[in-house]
Design a protein around this ligand. Structure first.
Ligand SMILES: [Fe+2]
Ligand SMILES: [Fe+2]
Length: 267
């Protein structure tokens, strides 16, 4: 059994500052870390699918580093539209897989799973994109992992969610090419994403594409095309993706953050 925990969209601000003038995202991330540390099975790794920082400053990342430092398992980071590639690399020098320049794309071996992180960010833009260079890298990477269980991780989901203001800043280029590419690699067990701050999934290229909620604020559920861009403090949660070598399936759970009454025996 291999366990990969996915958290996403931390939106941490530097010490003394709060997000949107009202939201102390650090306190919420602290609750998520505490919940992770109470899991009955320790994960083999934790991946953060982007928007680690809210402004992308070095001071933001210093706080991210401090908050995540209690997770004593391998930690994999990737950028979202709120992140800054250079500052992310500078703040996490031990994370050599982040590379020195260009896109932040890498593969990571987590137990029996291979995680392939894809960089969908476009500096200075909220929307994401996949260009030929990134898609070519993914194609050759997946070719090399043929027949082995792969999770593709990306910040911007490759599908419209029908939450209009978020789709407007979604993946604006490369989605059709990505879907064709993924369909050629049936060993891709899952595409895991962030950006939407909600639990959403759909079929994509013959696999399941799923989005992870956030530790603090969720995007308000409203499918009206002109729904205003708002967030809401619905219960936070994270994903636990479990590779079962016996059935050769990736089983994905959604686990709420917090401490709850129970467990109680059935008999
Ligand atoms: Fe976000
Ligand atoms: Fe985002």
């Amino acid at each position: 059994m291999t366990i990969l925990v996915q958290i996403s969209d931390l939106h941490i601000r530097e010490h003394g500052k709060i997000a949107y003038g009202v939201l102390d995202t650090a306190t919420y991330l602290d609750q998520t870390v505490k919940t992770l540390l109470r899991l009955p099975q320790a994960p083999d790794a934790v991946i953060v699918t982007g928007d680690l920082a809210d402004s992308g400053s070095l001071d933001d990342y210093a706080r991210v580093q401090h908050l995540l430092s209690r997770l004593n398992v391998p930690l994999y980071l990737m950028p979202g539209n709120h992140d800054d590639r250079a500052n992310l690399r500078t703040a996490f020098p031990a994370h050599t897989y982040l590379g020195n320049s260009g896109f932040i794309q890498y593969t990571a071996r987590v137990g029996e799973l291979h995680v392939v992180a894809l960089d969908t960010t476009e500096p200075g833009q909220e929307a994401g994109a996949l260009c030929t260079e990134r898609l070519d890298w993914l194609n050759s990477t997946l070719n090399a992992l043929s027949g082995q269980p792969v999770i593709v991780a990306m910040h911007h989901p490759p599908f419209n969610t029908l939450i209009g203001h978020m789709d407007a800043i979604g993946l604006r280029a490369g989605t059709n090419e990505l879907e064709t590419l993924i369909a050629r690699h049936p060993n891709v067990q899952r595409i895991i994403c962030g950006h939407l701050h909600r639990a959403i999934e759909t079929c994509f290229g013959g696999t399941l594409a799923s989005i992870c909620p956030a530790p603090a604020h969720q995007i308000t559920f409203d499918l009206h095309p002109q729904a205003p861009a708002t967030w809401i403090l619905e219960p936070p949660a994270f994903r636990v993706h479990v590779w079962d070598a016996q059935s050769k399936r990736l089983i994905s759970h959604l686990v709420p953050v917090g401490q709850f009454d129970g467990p109680h025996p059935f008999d």
